[in-house]
Unconditional design. Structure first.
Lengths: 144, 119
């Protein structure tokens, strides 16, 4: 793992952590329904675990977990603003301000950093996902 | 890099502890069901306290400390119907009859509260 890839991974960890902190703060402010408040705290706890995992484990697994947390949060953010909302909760635009904007920015940043970190380890990731058995993997293996 | 890793680890430990504490408080219901004085602060897109118990004849005041406008609307019946309460403004409603009065914000339906009026 290069120093640059490691830096990107740590930036991703920091972004995941920041997004989780905002969700935990919203939980303490009792923002939303009781179910949503519980999910906010679960998101905060999950983000803390994943951020620490990314910081201490150099394998691609924690980056994939982080991507799962960030994409799920972005999906929930979008769902809360259309139709009946999510978990009995519906919000509009970037309310509550500034928490919604901060969460959105940190989740987008985290997703970008995580994808960049995963791209930097694509060979390792391809092997992990069984890519060596794919045509692309076989072509890669034939190279001297 | 070594220091940054430990800073992230320490911050993650703090966040994990805070989130677990919040989960436990939410399970107790202590944070979401409070009783107190006959004043409600509207802040952080929530009514605080969300649950209030007052004797009949009490006037409750909702003060909007959020940047956004909110309302205090009972779904039906003789409960409060504030209309829009701008940032920094307040709304007062006297509960004459005993009963349970649920209310919500018409702009942000996730914001809910209840006033229990005793005889």
């Amino acid at each position: 793992v290069t120093g640059r890839a490691r830096t990107v991974a740590l930036l991703a960890a920091g972004s995941v952590l920041a997004a989780g902190a905002v969700h935990t703060r919203l939980g303490f402010e009792a923002y939303g329904t009781a179910d949503l408040v519980t999910v906010f705290f679960l998101n905060g706890a999950g983000s803390a675990v994943v951020a620490a995992w990314i910081a201490y484990d150099r394998r691609p697994f924690p980056l994939l977990a982080g991507l799962g947390v960030s994409l799920t949060s972005l999906l929930a953010f979008a769902l809360s603003r259309v139709g009946d909302g999510v978990l009995g909760f519906r919000a509009t635009g970037l309310d509550p301000a500034p928490e919604a904007a901060i969460t959105l920015a940190t989740e987008v940043l985290a997703t970008g950093f995580l994808l960049a970190a995963l791209a930097a380890r694509r060979t390792e990731l391809r092997a992990l996902l069984g890519g060596l058995h794919s045509p692309l993997g076989r072509a890669h293996r034939r190279r001297p | 890099m070594f220091v940054i890793r430990h800073v992230i680890g320490a911050a993650a430990a703090g966040l994990l502890a805070a989130s677990v504490a919040g989960l436990l408080a939410a399970d107790d219901g202590a944070r979401l069901d409070r009783s107190g004085p006959a004043d409600v602060i509207v802040a952080g897109f929530a009514y605080g306290p969300a649950s209030l118990r007052v004797p009949a004849g009490t006037a409750v005041t909702w003060t909007n400390e959020d940047g956004a406008a909110h309302t205090v609307d009972a779904p039906a019946g003789s409960g409060p119907r504030s209309g829009s309460i701008a940032s920094g403004e307040a709304y007062r409603f006297e509960f004459a009859e005993p009963g349970s009065y649920e209310y919500f914000c018409a702009f942000h339906p996730s914001m809910k509260g209840v006033v229990e009026v005793t005889g």
